[in-house]
Structures are given as structure tokens and as C-alpha cells.
Design a protein around this ligand. Structure first.
Ligand code: ADP
Length: 366
């Protein structure tokens, strides 16, 4: 018995694409219907190769046709799924050698202070350095570099808007803080925060860099996931105080980055606020947040401890006036950050020798 094309379209027309809620026939997805010697063939055209409903729509077609016209009318392999080739995407940050994320479990542990000083110390060591302040809920980099009032300029080229980073102390800077008032940033919702990060990464005119540091918000959230999908992160450093309550969140962070799904190398932990030494008692160390918390955790997890930075009034003050202490390598705190930069650079070199380049994370729905 001949089955008319119209009848087949009628049956297939009852199947809807779960995303658009439209009939797959109305969407023009059913193509090249052929019915020859009892065998039905047709094509199913999807608009993107990663459409999560390819298999379920295919199965729905089998079921609908075979229920209506009898089992075996439509055989396995007789639906040809057609998908367009993905257009070649512009490679993001092709001239950046190392992308290093600076993360923390909790807020207030000194992550931005470390990121700012690390950036300055690396720049002073002769590397070309960029710093993205992606701490969207509390961008503090503009203040730490004393460029709060500045606004990056933009230019258009071939339909793309490029943002020129602000350059200060030899570091190229972009922060969400340049575009919104800090008091507005705190009410941002996930999608706004993630699209802001995407823009800073892909539209920033970064040029050639040895290092692009990304100062992340505390914790593990949407911004982190967006970052690993947008760029191949070479490695992540995790900042924490030695305090017990901070360490619990460090473990969460490490597990997220090092886990199978994300798989970004954790270069190590940086312990901040390790001890306090009063000026008048230079030989005394007071372990205000506990002693060696990060050191012990690093050992337990088999991760390097990259450095221990003490609590120093000058570190706080230099941050507040927008002159990171790393600008002064003769100062003992400044030197501590220069030593830290050397250790981070070594860890990166080792990582780049021993491991394959990181891949961007592809999020699939299955
Ligand atoms: P986060 O980015 O983790 O929220 P910040 O870098 O903003 O933390 O630091 C929080 C506060 O602690 C800031 O006022 C900063 O100046 C201060 N701070 C950070 N590290 C130190 C340190 N080692 N010694 C003294 N003050 C510090």
C-alpha cells in the first residue's frame, strides 16, 4: 500500500520541538520524504548540532509513524538527522599565554589584594600582565589601583566593539567596577554577572600577554562556570586564611575546579593573613586565624602551598590608597609578593611542561 506524503506529514506534524513548542513540520525540520517499496525515509533538519532534543524527537517520529502505519514502516537508520556545521568561532584570547584564575572559598580573605599584588609583581618581573576584576558583586580592583574614576574607551571594528583596558603600574585592567556603580553591582543577578565577565574577556583589547589574571567572586557559582566555558584556564590559585571555617569552602572550591567536569589544574593554595607581627616586637608571630591551616590542608590534598602572607597594616593601607605594596620590592611585604609571584610563575612553568593545555569546558545537557 502506498502511503501518501501528506499523511506522513500529518502524523509528524503532531510532534513538537520541546523548546519552541512548534510542530516540527511547521518548523521545516522534516525534509526529503521518500517512500519506496514499503520503506519510508526522511530527513530531520536541526538548526544546531548540539540541539539536546535530537534523540527524543527522532524517537518520537519512529513511534508516531509506526503506531499509525504499522510496525516496521519506519526502520532504524531511515531518519537522517541533518545538522549544520558549527561556524568557526573566533578564538578567544589567542595571544594570551597563561590565564590564571584567583579564587577563594569565602569573601574577605584577601583574594583581590593577592590578585592585585601578584599582577604588579609579575609585571615588575618583566611579564606582560592583564587583570580582569570579575568579582562582580564587590569589584575592588579599581580602588586598589587608584583608577576608580576612569572609564575605558571603546572602539568598533568589523561590527565588534572593543574595550581598551586601563593601564596602571604596567598592568592592563578591566573591571565591572568601571561600568557600574558598586552599589548597583550587589543587586546583579546571575545572567548579568556572567554576561559582564564574557564581555570583559572577549571584547577586551588584551593584545599579547604572558599572564591574564582573573579575580573571581568568592565561592563557586555561575561566574566560575562561565569563565571555564569562555576560556581555557591554565590554572587556578586559591586564596584563604588559615581559619577552619574558611578551609571548608576551600575544599569545595578545589573539588569544583579539579573535578572531572571542569578539570582546571589547581596550581596551589595561597595562605593570607598567616600571622601578625607587631612592629615593636619583630620576632613575635601571632597566629590570629590559626596556624598553618592552609599548609596542612595543602599537604592533605596533595596540592602545593604557594606562599604565606602575614597580616601587615601596610598591605591594607596600600590597598586603600591604590598603591599595591608590590610596587615597593624593598619593603618586606612587597618582597613577600615578589617571592609569591616567582613561585606562581614556577608552578605555571611546571604545569605547562607536565600537562596538556587546558580545554574549554563544554557543557552538555546529557
Ligand atoms: P577579598 O577579595 O577576598 O574579598 P580583599 O582583598 O578585598 O578580600 O581584602 C579584604 C580586606 O583585608 C581589605 O581591606 C584588605 O586591604 C585587607 N587585607 C587583605 N590581605 C591583607 C593582609 N595580608 N594584611 C592586612 N590586610 C589585608
Amino acid at each position: 500500500m502506498e502511503i501518501q506524503k501528506e499523511k506522513i506529514l500529518e502524523v509528524l506534524g503532531g510532534i513538537r520541538h520541546p523548546e519552541t513548542k512548534e510542530s516540527i513540520v511547521a518548523m521545516g525540520m522534516v525534509t526529503d520524504i521518500k517512500y519506496r517499496e514499503g520503506d519510508l525515509w526522511f530527513g530531520l533538519q536541526f538548526s544546531r548540532p548540539n540541539d539536546p532534543f535530537i534523540q527524543s524527537i527522532r524517537k518520537a517520529c519512529f513511534r508516531a509513524v509506526n503506531n499509525k502505519f504499522g510496525d516496521g514502516t519506519l526502520k532504524e537508520g531511515h531518519i537522517q538527522v541533518q545538522v549544520p556545521d558549527m561556524p568557526a568561532k573566533r578564538e578567544v584570547l589567542p595571544s594570551v599565554k597563561n590565564i590564571v584564575a584567583v579564587a577563594s572559598g569565602k569573601g574577605g580573605v584577601g583574594k583581590s589584594t593577592i590578585a592585585a599584588n601578584l599582577a604588579v609583581a609579575l609585571s615588575q618581573a618583566g611579564f606582560s600582565v592583564g587583570l580582569i576584576d570579575a568579582d562582580v558583586y564587590g569589584p575592588s580592583i579599581p580602588k586598589m589601583f587608584n583608577v576608580e574614576g576612569e572609564r575605558p574607551t571603546a572602539r568598533s571594528e568589523d561590527g565588534t566593539e572593543w574595550i581598551m583596558p586601563i593601564e596602571k603600574y604596567g598592568v592592563k585592567l578591566l573591571s565591572v567596577g568601571f561600568f557600574v556603580k558598586p552599589e548597583d553591582a550587589v543587586i546583579w543577578r546571575g545572567p548579568m554577572a556572567t554576561s559582564a565577565l564574557k564581555q570583559l574577556i572577549s571584547q577586551g583589547e588584551w593584545g599579547s600577554l604572558d599572564y591574564l589574571l582573573i579575580d573571581l567572586p568568592p565561592g563557586t557559582g555561575d561566574v566560575h562556570l562561565t569563565m571555564v566555558q569562555e576560556v581555557p584556564v591554565t590554572g587556578v590559585v586559591i586564596v584563604s586564611t588559615p581559619q577552619e571555617v574558611a578551609l571548608a569552602d576551600v575544599i569545595k572550591g578545589i573539588n569544583m575546579f579539579a573535578g572531572e567536569k571542569i578539570n582546571v589544574p589547581v596550581l596551589g593554595i595561597i595562605e593570607n593573613m598567616s600571622w601578625f607581627t607587631p612592629e615593636e616586637l619583630p620576632d613575635n608571630k601571632y597566629y590570629i586565624f590559626g596556624r598553618d591551616g592552609c599548609k596542612n590542608l595543602a599537604e592533605k590534598m596533595g596540592i602545593p602551598l604557594l606562599g604565606q602572607i602575614p597580616i601587615v597594616q601596610g598591605i591594607r593601607e596600600s590597598g586603600d590608597v591604590g598603591e599595591p605594596v608590590a610596587l615597593f620590592p624593598d619593603n618586606s611585604s612587597g618582597k613577600a609578593f615578589h617571592d609569591l609571584a616567582q613561585t606562581v610563575n614556577k608552578a605555571l612553568e611546571t604545569r605547562n611542561i607536565e600537562m596538556e593545555p587546558t580545554k574549554k569546558v563544554e557543557i552538555t545537557t546529557k
